[in-house]
Design a protein around this ligand. Sequence first.
Ligand code: C2E
Ligand code: CA
Ligand code: CA
Length: 762
Amino acid sequence: MPISISPFSIRSIRSRSTWRWLRVALLGTSFIVLVLIWGFTLHGVQRQKQLSLLNARAAQNNLSTVVAENLRQLLQDGQAYASNAADWQTRGIAQTGLNLGAQRRGDVVYNRLALFDLQGNMLYATSPSNDKQSITRFIRQQSLDEKATKPALLIAPQSPLYSQSWQVPLLFPVLTPQGRLSALLEADFDLGYLRHLYQSLDIGESGDIRIVTDAGLELARASYSGLQIAYSGPESSIPMISISHPVPDYPLSISVNQGMDDVLTGFNVGKHEQISSMLLLSAMIIGITLWASHLLYQLRAYFDDLLDSETEKQRLIEQLEGEKKRAYELAAHDHLTGLLNRRMFTEMAASHMAGARRNRHSNAILFIDLDRFKSVNDTLGHNVGDRLLQGVAHRLRDTLRESDVIARFGGDEFVLMLTTIENEADIEVIAGKLVQVLSQPYTNLDGHTVQTSPSIGIAIYPRDGSSIETLLLNADAAMYRAKNNGPGNYAFFDASIKNNSPLEFELEQRLPSAISDHELILHYQPKVELQSFRITGFEALIRWQHPQHGMIFPNTFIPIAEASGHIVNICNWVIEAACRQLNQWQAAGLTLLPVAINLSGKQLHDRKLADNIVNTLARYNVPAELLEIEVTESSLVENIEIAGAILDELVNAGIKISLDDFGTGFSSLGYIRTLPINTIKIDRAFIRDITNSHDDAVIATSTITLAHNLGMNVVAEGIETRDQLIHLKTAGCDEGQGYLFSRPVSADAACLLLQDLTRAMA
Ligand code: C2E
Ligand code: CA
Ligand code: CA
């Protein structure tokens, strides 16, 4: 199982002093444990030794007491013989001797009795003795008389003869009834008797029991090896415990001696066992300590390794974090201006868009391009260019709110995101302010003063795109639109400029000069009355004779013109051109037919449109009824009120209105009834399949019927075949337009048609 350990705990374990303390604590604890157990053990041993010694002393004391008491009784037996001989003087020696003999019979302690007077003359003896002279000598040495102090007992020196026979001659005082000392009774004490008695006593191999006189003379000693009389050899060097006890009433004492070793035998056995187990225990403790110490060492090495790798890991992580942060900052900002770069802008914008989605707000993306920046760079140098970009960044920061996101994408492209926008008017205010602020001269750019202006393209989230990529593309496209409107302009994106191809882009750029360079012309397609096949009028259709691309048809460039705003100029040119043409035909004396021109939706916003048309007609001296206006359903729907008012003005001026491309929009005839419309042009999409598609045929037929009910004229567009013509004719369609009759033709060709008509009329 892997050990999981936090760097913090490792670090605390890591410190050298921690390890030293751990080891000291371990060794100290072991040492203290050893000292304690050995202290207790030795103390216990000492106590046991003392107890053993105390016990031995007590036992020896008891023994000596018992032995002394026993000896006293034996001596009292001897004394009893002396008492019986007390009346020897009155009774006579013979009789006393007889009594003593009888009395001693069977006595195993006293082997022989003899009566001596105070002068040492032997008066009687139970048996003869070889050594009576030594007794006589001894008694005379005592210088005894009747008045002398009465000794309890006299111990005569042992003759070599006695010692061999283990007999000690004891002299008991014989007292008269009056208590005077009259004689001494020698009783030979047989120490052999004691030998039997003491044999049963356990005093160990080295121990002995001694009978000692008060004068310090040892009479006998009984030991493990037997009984020794009057021992006078060298004393054993073995340490002994000696207890001595006086024999009551007699000048003797009993000394019990026991070898220390014998006394402590049991204790020593126990002690050795205890010490052995203690040694074993100590060895175990020392072993465990050493093992634990080794383990600590290994653990320390392990933690050292662990921390080293942890530290290395931490260092690597910090290094990576640092690099990541540096890289992130480098990657997030534009080094020249300190603004965000494209990558960071995209990230932040995406997050703002997510917030906007949640809170149902709008965001605006503004794409800013500096007009004339390239020429500043080329003529004044990169330094000035860089300083100019920094100045722009500075002004952007000062002008916008904290919450807005400002970035430089490279070159002179700045991109902003205005967050939490309430309405389009707010954006216009900000865009206008930016144009004003950024158009102020930049002074002191390396000694130069530069004036530039921004072109700003605006795309709104979510209206103009749901992804940041789309919004940026659209804001960029809008920026080109703004640039085309001249320096210091801003433009909102609208769907018509989406997906501009390079050609479209080029056309858009060229459109303004197309008018001034007279590259636009009008072609005319006749409208024919289906009953008579008479030409009833022309539709003027614009063409662009491009010097490089040749003839360009309106479906290609009208949407571009509408999106870029050039459509207004173009339509004004069409009005002018159509009126001029009518004027020329009029001047040529031709019978004139009405010419219809197409108006775009944008123009129907222009309240001056009607005045403009009326003025142009007047300028070219063209009657109003010669001009017709074609408007589409969708252009009307865009701004119904203003469009309605403009149409009213036009109708009031005598101009007829046709509703173009009918069927492709959403309007119903009921709705159109409220507008001053003269003619309905059924879109050629319904005509194309009119002979095959039942649905299309029904739509066309019902439209014709309903339009007639409303008093409107009906024109069918795009009639290409005879079948279509018959079908429409049968359905009651009034007029038709299409390749079957004529393609749109040049003004000259249209002139020929008018000449034919003029001739026919003539
Ligand atoms: P529109 O108003 O519906 O014009 C009729 C279009 O149908 C013309 O295309 C014409 O050439 C074409 N056409 C006529 N007969 C047939 C036919 O039998 N078959 C087929 N396939 N097509 C036929 P054109 O000239 O390319 O114009 C296209 C559109 O451009 C016009 O559609 C109109 O909406 C717009 N447009 C043309 N001139 C002007 C203009 O001066 N101002 C404005 N604002 N729009 C114009
Ligand atoms: Ca038309
Ligand atoms: Ca049409």
